[in-house]
Design a protein around this ligand. Structure first.
Ligand SMILES: NC(=O)c1ccc[n+]([C@@H]2O[C@H](COP(=O)([O-])OP(=O)(O)OC[C@H]3O[C@@H](n4cnc5c(N)ncnc54)[C@H](OP(=O)(O)O)[C@@H]3O)[C@@H](O)[C@H]2O)c1
Length: 323
């Protein structure tokens, strides 16, 4: 098995490597790519030095079986079709192909079966805030979800190294060079670009991806996405309305039965989940403003289950299918 990692020097790329190492993938299976900026950099993996190479049009001539892409949308748009044309399956972390009807958008615990229907070789990994949110909604699907409203509190690591650097910079009272306003001691109610309908692109990603992953095309979903000065781990406040009466203890049972979800009676914060794989649900309670509503606050590591771990679980699904 030959695996290419595109964007290996990035925040998600480095986490791919640490999870693959935890899972015991041999260094012999891996080839690392990034841009010319990181070409030549050596990365320690299982006591071996792996050298990052510059990605180019010929990179996929080497016959890779699978490529994990996490190098931004424009890199994916250019290179994923090249990889695909050489017979390589691409698991893409960017938003480039997520809403393409031919491309499965996979959270393994929710819709692994969709992989069976793929016609091409590209599989999309969802948006980080979407992954932790659909884990919750999927667990509650049997209660007939009518409407969902998200408010996110997204960590700066969600913007990769540039986000972390902008937090450091503005904590030092320097001007921001990535976010539109200083992120230190602040919150910014805009992630990605603002669209004509008044929503941001990040909000539309969450709304559309939720419907696609849950296979509920008519679900009513709204979102407000906010960047906060938290280093790592995203929080999502989910307000969810059901068609009929429900029992709050049964909701907890459904959530706790779901892999990668745990309900806590404690107050859980991003610091509690950073570096872990579980989406923690805290502040679970009835929404007293509607007949059958629920409020909860979901906290998860956006780089692990929100990106790298989810992609590697997809890779493992592909292995299982080929064996
Ligand atoms: N961070 C998250 O929570 C998260 C969650 C879900 C999805 N994602 C997605 O994952 C991708 C990477 O995010 P990140 O947070 O890891 O960003 P990052 O830390 O900024 O890393 C970006 C990576 O992309 C590489 N790259 C950039 N342009 C390239 C090019 N032209 N050719 C080859 N490699 C190139 C960079 O290489 P150099 O070092 O050479 O510049 C670096 O390895 C993005 O598409 C992002 O939307 C991120």
């Amino acid at each position: 098995m030959k695996i290419a990692i595109v964007g290996a020097s990035g925040m998600v790329g480095r986490t791919f490597l640490s999870i693959l190492e935890e899972k015991g993938f041999s260094h012999r299976t891996l080839t690392l790519f990034a841009s010319s900026r990181s070409a030549g950099i050596s990365v320690k993996y299982q006591n071996h030095d792996l050298i990052i190479r510059e990605l180019n049009e010929k990179s996929f001539d080497e016959g890779f079986d699978i490529a994990l892409f996490s190098a931004g949308g424009s890199t994916s748009l250019k290179y994923a079709p090249i990889a695909e044309s050489k017979g390589c399956i691409v698991i893409d972390n960017s938003s480039a192909f997520r809403m393409d009807p031919k491309v499965p958008l996979i959270v393994p615990e929710v819709n692994a079966n969709e992989i069976k229907n793929m016609t091409g070789k590209i599989i999309a990994n969802p948006n980080c805030s979407t992954i932790q949110s659909v884990l919750i909604l999927n667990a509650l699907k049997e209660l007939n979800i009518k409407r969902v409203a998200y408010t996110t509190y997204q960590a700066v690591s969600g913007s990769g190294y540039q986000g972390i650097m902008d937090l450091e910079r503005t904590l030092n009272n320097e001007s921001p060079s990535y976010y539109p306003k200083p992120i230190a001691h602040n919150v910014i109610p805009l992630i990605d670009v603002l669209l004509e309908n008044g929503y941001s692109k990040e909000e539309v990603k969450m709304m559309e991806e939720t419907k696609k992953i849950l296979n509920l095309p008519n679900l009513k979903v709204s979102a407000t996405c906010v960047r906060v000065p938290v280093r790592n781990a995203h929080s999502v406040s989910i307000q969810c309305e059901f068609e009929k009466e429900f029992d709050i203890e049964y909701v907890k049972e459904l959530l706790n039965a779901h892999p990668f979800v745990k309900v806590s009676e404690e107050i859980i914060t991003p610091r509690d989940v950073s570096g872990h794989d579980i989406a923690m649900v805290t502040r679970l309670r009835r929404d007293l403003s509607v007949d059958y509503g629920l409020h909860c606050f979901v906290v998860a590591d956006n780089i692990r289950k929100g990106a790298a771990l989810n992609a590697i679980q997809i890779l493992e699904l592909l292995f299982e299918r080929s064996n």
